[in-house]
Design a protein around this ligand. Structure first.
Ligand SMILES: CC(C)(COP(=O)(O)OP(=O)(O)OC[C@H]1O[C@@H](n2cnc3c(N)ncnc32)[C@H](O)[C@@H]1OP(=O)(O)O)[C@@H](O)C(=O)NCCC(=O)NCCS
Length: 189
């Protein structure tokens, strides 16, 4: 099984690649220029104290460690023209053992929503997963009413596969999630 975490992919507008030490300022700026929380799926805008160099270095260390263990691959999403760090994507390995199955995650900072960044970044992340991480199957799973996330999954050609009952733990109990998936053969054709 061949895995190359150092590589990313670019489109004309964006680059999806692992974070590097030199990305600290743009990472910090992106967090500090966030709007207030927009909906229940959105993250809370962090305080200045939460976006320090120490935190950023901790994140880099964690990303590398998890990639070395083949647990999770985390990438920054950058606008090539402005250099801004518009968000992040991830591939979380669910099962290797011959199945090579991962979950796709995406989060765009809310000041950049509805400009097609998630769709473009998610598409490049599928490419990374199938070409560099030896994946066979990639899924995205989300709450049934998460229109934004469903919109992205559909836009990148994932197929709706059904509802997994009581799949995800949250503070109020186990939640049903709708699952979208794509396999390498679909993607390559
Ligand atoms: C979900 C999220 C990643 C979408 O990012 P985005 O860059 O705005 O998405 P895109 O611009 O690529 O939109 C793709 C399609 O999704 C749909 N969509 C996106 N946001 C939507 C929203 N808030 N409501 C309804 N549909 C939405 C639209 O159909 C859109 O296409 P269109 O606007 O051209 O018609 C972003 O809202 C986000 O980061 N949310 C918080 C984190 C999160 O929930 N991540 C997913 C976890 S499962």
């Amino acid at each position: 099984m061949k895995v190359d975490y150092a590589k990313g992919f670019s489109s004309k507008r964006i680059a999806v690649r692992p974070y590097a030490r030199a990305d600290f300022q743009t990472w910090r700026e992106a967090h500090l220029s966030r709007l207030s929380k927009q909906n229940k799926f959105d993250s809370v805008k962090p305080s200045v104290k939460e976006v320090t160099l120490a935190k950023f270095k901790e994140m880099l260390k964690k990303n590398n460690k998890r990639a070395m263990r083949d647990e999770c691959y985390y990438y920054g999403v950058f606008d090539k023209k402005t250099g801004e760090n518009v968000g992040a994507v991830s591939l979380y390995i669910l099962i290797r053992k011959g199945l090579h199955w991962a979950n796709l995650g995406y989060e765009i900072h809310n000041q950049y929503w509805r400009q097609g960044y998630a769709t473009e970044a998610a598409r490049l992340t599928l490419k990374i997963g199938f070409r560099y991480l030896s994946l066979h199957r990639i899924e995205a799973a989300m709450e049934l009413d998460h229109k934004g996330s469903i919109g992205v999954a559909r836009a990148i050609g994932m197929r709706r596969e059904g509802i997994r009952r009581k799949f995800f733990p949250n503070p109020t109990g186990w939640e049903d999630l709708v699952v979208f998936g794509v396999v390498k053969e679909d993607f390559e054709s």
